[in-house]
Design a binder for this molecule. Structure first.
Ligand code: SF4
Ligand code: SF4
Length: 79
């Protein structure tokens, strides 16, 4: 299980989540439309979820159906 960044981050990239993540697993370069969470490093601490001003972050089990593709999209960024 890990937290996942979904569609509301696209174009927003406010980076508030990056500042609160204790293991530095939220990444995304300047050429990326959004930020991503590394599922292999995320400790499920939950700190990022309330920090996001656009509510883009969900624990994997609670990602809305319309955004399920983002679970793979986050993981893929780190391969
Ligand atoms: S705080 Fe929200 S909008 Fe900002 S980078 Fe993180 S997930 Fe994206
Ligand atoms: S749940 Fe915690 S460890 Fe995982 S991305 Fe969010 S702040 Fe980082």
């Amino acid at each position: 299980m890990a937290y996942v960044i979904c569609a509301p981050c696209i174009g927003a990239k406010e980076l508030a989540c990056v500042d609160v993540c204790p293991v530095d697993c939220i990444q995304g370069g300047p050429d990326q439309q959004q930020m991503y969470i590394d599922p292999a490093t995320c400790t499920d601490c939950g700190a990022c979820e309330p920090a996001c001003p656009v509510s883009a972050i969900f624990i994997a089990a609670e990602v809305p159906a319309k955004w399920h593709a983002f679970i793979e999209k986050n993981a893929q960024f780190f391969r």
